[in-house]
Design a protein around this ligand. Structure first.
Ligand code: AMP
Length: 400
């Protein structure tokens, strides 16, 4: 079975064709600058193998549907084609927000569109592009199941006391304001991977999963189900991120409006794009922050301290939520690569049975690995996330 995974963004399309017999990637590609004067398509067939072939096309790509068509042409026709269109069995799409209705993956049917369109207001920057990609793919592959995999779905098992805000109740009923979380596909994937690496059933485990990249979120997973997560109505709440503030006093909005004369759009922009690590020290890439700390930059040190302190506080609160914790997993760009952030996050946690093995933690690897000491009561893991594979697995299971 071959699954095409599509992640359609506002001006880009990321895609992978995965052969599910051995879960190998046949093609991995990215269409960028859609709608700009010059679009770019970069793709690799059989990436990371001795059959790898790289392709780069530069030409105007006015619309997403033209971008997708170009990608399919590359996969299915021409000198580096890997299969025919008929051989693609399922198409899986990443969708950021599913609301309360879409709490599991679905095969698209025509009657779903009013409810799907309704989800767009929960993620106006992402969902229209995600769903647009699904519409385009339906036209190109009318007889192939199109599966939508929602980033919020894993978090739909949160109980009301975790997902409700203490706001007037009608805002929940009428405006659907509640906590939905994000990165759910990644949290679920690493939770399952951790269970299988520890030779246990995820249903028998309590886990804390930390997805820490440019965006960052942390989840409490009880008996395999999400019971709390740090992102909220939108992916702004929670941990300190590259440019996003994470948790702030909600009164900051009014304070900024009154004291600086900023309107709501400007404040929203500051919280999303000018805050987080970037707001604190001017840099949003952890590698730059470490380099600056080496040179004695105090603001960079502060950014690292605020970020790791916030994560540690969330770990502590999720220990209280879960009662007992079997394992903690780090994933995504910072989680997988940054031993300093991992070590700082667990500073002072030894009395809670969380001990990092400094040497193993500092060893660089692309593989999943346990970084806690043998006598650590809680196992601490680094597990590379693979959202495309997770989407492909979900899509295949549903379409089989
Ligand atoms: P992601 O959003 O998961 O792609 O993560 C991107 C972020 O991961 C970057 O902005 C960096 O802050 C961080 N990152 C990537 N590689 C490294 C690395 N080798 N060391 C530290 N941080 C890294």
């Amino acid at each position: 079975m071959k699954v095409l995974v599509i992640n359609s963004g506002s001006s880009s399309i990321k895609y992978q064709l995965i052969d599910m017999t051995d879960e190998s990637v046949m093609v991995s590609g990215l269409v960028e600058r859609i709608g700009e004067e010059q679009g770019v398509l970069t793709s690799k067939t059989f990436p990371g193998t001795d059959r790898e072939v790289k392709t780069k096309l530069e030409q105007p790509i006015p619309t997403h549907s033209e971008g997708l068509q170009l990608s399919i042409d590359l996969i299915c026709t021409g000198e580096n084609a890997v299969c025919t269109m008929d051989e693609i069995d399922v198409v899986g799409h990443r969708v950021v927000a599913g609301g309360e209705k879409f709490n599991h993956p679905v095969i698209i049917t025509e009657d779903m569109w009013p409810d799907l369109t309704e989800t767009e207001r929960l993620a106006p920057l992402h969902n229209p592009a995600n769903l647009g990609g699904a519409k385009d793919a339906t036209k190109l592959f009318p007889n192939v199941p199109q599966v939508l995999v929602f980033d919020t779905a894993f978090h739909q098992t949160m109980p009301p006391h975790a997902y409700m805000y203490a706001l007037p109740y009608e805002y929940y009923e009428e405006d659907h304001i509640r906590r939905y979380g994000a990165h759910g596909t990644s949290h679920k994937y690493v939770a399952n991977e951790c269970a299988s690496l520890m030779d246990k059933k995820v249903e028998d485990m309590n886990l804390i999963t930390i997805h820490m990249g440019n965006g960052a979120s942390i989840s409490a997973v009880k008996n395999g189900l999400c019971v709390d997560t740090s992102m909220g109505l939108t992916p702004l709440e929670g941990l300190v991120m590259g440019t996003r503030s994470g948790d702030v006093d909600p009164a900051v909005h009014n304070y900024l409006a009154v004291n600086r004369g900023l309107d709501i759009a400007a404040i929203d922009n500051i919280l999303h794009k000018e805050s987080g690590l970037k707001g604190l020290c001017g840099m949003n890439d952890m590698r730059d922050i470490h380099a600056a700390i080496e040179k004695g930059d105090e603001r960079a040190q502060l950014a690292l301290d605020v970020q790791t302190y916030r994560t540690r506080k969330y770990i502590g609160s999720y220990m209280a939520v879960l009662g007992s914790v079997d394992a903690i997993v780090f994933t995504a760009g910072i989680g997988e690569n940054d031993d300093i952030v991992r070590a700082e996050t667990f500073k002072g946690m030894e009395p809670f049975g969380m001990k990092i093995d400094t040497e193993i933690n500092a060893t660089r690897s692309k593989e999943a690995r346990k970084i806690s000491t043998e006598d650590s009561a809680v196992a601490i893991w680094v597990i590379p996330t693979n959202e495309e594979l997770a989407i492909a697995r979900e899509a295949m299971m549903l379409a089989k």
